[in-house]
Design a protein around this ligand. Structure first.
Ligand code: NAP
Ligand code: SF4
Length: 663
């Protein structure tokens, strides 16, 4: 199968022809509430249109005040807002793209006190009880959807997407879980479906033949959600009411099943999309954990879907489609499903960007102009900061040599790739390798750089990105051979026994616990294993850990508070189910033949251990930088080598990329 011919095959949605089968799916950017920054949003989407996306769907805009996501504007309901939206639409059209406005009424998921829903039932992920909508308010809300759609088309959008999935207002009307009404809007499926169908009809009447995409919940993953049969009924009714395509969503936000994070196997939910496609005549868009060109092409080629929606993958690489078109899918910068700079930013009120693509939503901070003077640049250390610096500098035409002492590039990313659920980090590294070669960067692995040689070779610029060294533990017995650093465990250079104590409760401590408990050796979970694990087709099936593991930390409080907002719960749940013991408020006394001796507020305890893995943070590895500087050469120090505290791939990659781009 040739991904190029499948993904570049033009197709019709409604009356509009799309140049590729890749849709940039809707995702909140954090700018929807800031009309004064819509020109940035326009640039961000235009970059994706130029990169070959066939269709773009904006983040959600509410049809009225009650439906907003957060306690700020973010509605599109008044004619005077049309001019602001032109700043989004016009650049996309100028770049040859097509764009839909997503209309999203948050229902009981809104983060503000004035939330509404079909019934006054609180969501488990929100603190406010929603007010029950009256019949009049329901009718008004339907008119509001139509008004927003009309305004969108006036602003130049090619149509709208009606957000009908993920547990927002429309889902709440459809599901018995959240709709306990006894009037014409509740009870039977026809009554529960009256609201979405009325919305689609009203929007169709308001916008003529502009596109209506309906985002349908293909799989609810909550008790009291729609059954498969009901979902198929809905799909047919939505088509009959006037939708031009169905875009599939998976799972409510309150579902306790991962739907987009790293542990979800690629294309895991495609069967649900295929079932919808079998019952409708309009195009169907697949989504969720499709991040590779070959997967996208396969699900279209095998008839599971007509289009593939990618939001995060197009954040990670705006030129995704163009790279496929050029026959270079290997150059696609792979989204690793970490959520760290996209969803987690949104949830913490920051504008989104991307961990592996710091240009995302910061397009103006970077230049693509060739460097006026081509310099000879040495980058010492090929962890993520060094790779990002080398890549940006190489792209601007500098002559870059990237030195790495280890036999392979990747640093902490290479270590992370063996953690269950982080296998995509390995794909990201492969893509980095291809991109570095394409940018003309000379990569020299297995070379410990000697400052004298660097000086002799007379580089114009020297960038040091030697990263970090894992911190050791300074207690009596700390030099026992059973005490090892996490890096040695993850790179496979030490054997780990059956009884393990992990010192440190940060992100790496959690990852190492999962790695040792599951022992997958880098093998991805299959779709069947994943479905069984999370009980998607039945009761969740947990597995016994491969080892007896205890995590221990000095600080008080529960473990895992520092983990990512949208992914940390998965890791916490995994470790709980694997029965990993967690002990807080420990003072480390000594290590003896019996194990790790700790003092707790109310007692002392000996934790028996065959292996003690130290995950106690890192120190900057500045040795090379200091020696180069002592040699009289100017040096730029970036990433973990500059600052080990809060070692963070997001910061390291950004620092590398911006320096490499400006050097
Ligand atoms: P970290 O999150 O800062 O955690 C370091 C742990 O070591 C803390 O739990 C700290 O706990 C303990 N510690 C610090 N100094 C110590 C000392 N001198 N002796 C004994 N214990 C000590 O660092 P990390 O786990 O190495 O992770 C590095 C970075 O990568 C972090 O920014 C992290 O967020 C990120 N990361 C995130 C994930 C994820 O979200 N899944 C996974 C991997 C890495 P006490 O002070 O309580 O003892
Ligand atoms: Fe993907 Fe992570 Fe980038 Fe989000 S931040 S787009 S999940 S790589």
């Amino acid at each position: 199968m040739d991904a190029r011919s499948v993904l570049l095959d033009p197709t019709l949605v409604g009356t509009v022809s799309l140049k590729s089968r890749i849709v940039m799916g809707s995702m909140h950017t954090g700018l929807e509430c800031h009309p004064e920054r819509f020109d940035e949003l326009g640039r961000f989407y235009a970059e994706r249109a130029r990169g070959g996306a066939g269709l773009i769907v904006t983040g959600g805009f509410a049809p009225n005040f009650a439906g907003r996501m957060k306690n700020e504007p973010g509605t599109f309901e008044r004619p005077e807002q049309v001019a602001d939206h032109k700043k989004i639409v016009d650049p996309v059209h100028a770049a040859g793209g097509r764009i839909l406005l997503q209309i999203l009424h948050a229902g009981r998921y809104g983060y503000h006190p004035a939330v509404v829903a079909p019934s006054p039932i609180k969501s488990p992920i929100n603190r406010d009880v929603p007010a029950e909508l009256t019949s009049d308010q329901i009718q008004q809300t339907i008119r509001d959807y139509a008004t927003t759609a009309k305004l969108a088309v006036e602003a130049g959008y090619d149509g709208v997407e009606i957000m009908g999935s993920e547990g927002y207002l429309i889902s709440e009307f459809l599901a018995p879980r959240t709709n306990h009404r006894s009037d014409e809007w509740g009870g039977s499926l026809e009554n529960r479906g009256r609201f979405p169908i009325s919305v689609v009809k009203a929007v169709r009447a308001a916008i003529g033949d502009a596109i209506i995409s309906y985002r349908i919940s293909a799989l609810e993953l909550v008790d009291g959600g729609l059954t498969q049969e009901e979902t198929l009924w809905l799909a047919k009714e939505v088509e009959r009411a006037g939708a031009d395509c169905l875009s599939t969503g998976i799972g409510w936000h309150e579902a306790v099943v991962p739907t987009i994070a790293g542990p979800v196997p690629h294309t895991a939910f495609i069967e649900s999309t295929r079932r919808l496609k079998e019952v409708v005549g309009i195009p169907v868009t697949a989504s969720n954990r499709i991040n590779l060109p070959e997967d996208a092409a396969r699900v279209i080629a095998d008839g599971s879907a007509d289009l593939v929606s990618m939001a995060r993958p197009l954040l990670a690489d705006a030129a995704f489609v163009n790279k496929v078109a050029a026959g270079r899918p290997d150059l696609v910068n792979v989204c690793i499903a970490c959520n760290q700079a996209c969803l987690d930013h949104y949830f913490t009120d920051q504008v989104i960007t991307c961990l592996v693509n710091p240009r995302a939503a910061r397009e103006n901070d970077f230049t693509d102009a060739p460097a006026a003077a081509k310099k000879r640049v040495a980058v010492v250390g090929a962890g993520v900061a060094g790779m990002a610096a080398a890549l940006e500098a190489g792209r601007r035409g500098h002559h870059v040599t990237l030195f790495e002492a280890a036999p392979r590039i990747g640093g902490q990313f290479a270590l992370a790739a063996v953690i269950p659920g982080k296998e995509d980090y390995g794909l990201s590294l492969k893509s980095y390798e291809a991109q570095l070669t394409d940018a003309g960067v000379e990569v020299k692995t297995g070379i410990a750089v000697d400052p004298e040689t660097l000086k002799r070779e007379n580089f114009d610029e020297v960038i040091v990105s030697t990263g970090v060294t894992p911190r050791l533990i300074d207690i009596p017995g700390g030099d026992d051979p059973r005490v090892v650093s996490y890096s040695k465990v993850l790179d496979g250079s030490v054997n780990v026994g059956d009884r393990v104590v992990i010192i440190g409760g940060g992100g790496i401590g959690h990852d190492v616990a999962l790695f040792l408990a599951m022992e997958t050796n880098g093998r991805r979970q299959t779709r069947e294993e994943f479905f069984a694990r999370w009980g998607i087709d039945g009761k969740p099936k947990t597995h016994a850990a491969k080892r007896q593991i205890t995590m221990v930390k000095r600080s008080p409080g529960v473990f895992g508070r520092t983990l990512g907002k949208s992914t940390g719960w998965i890791l916490r749940q995994e470790l709980k189910d694997l029965k990993v013991r967690q002990i807080a408020e420990a003072r480390y006394l000594k290590i003896s033949g019996e194990g790790l001796h700790i003092a707790l507020p109310d007692r002392t305890e000996i934790l028996p251990a065959d292996t003690i893995v130290v995950c106690a943070g890192q120190d900057s590895d500045r040795g090379v930088a200091d020696r180069i500087a002592a040699n009289g050469q100017t040096v730029h120090v970036i990433g973990g080598a500059r600052l080990a505290g809060e070692l963070d791939a997001k910061r390291a990659i950004y620092e590398g990329a911006i320096l490499g781009n400006r050097i």
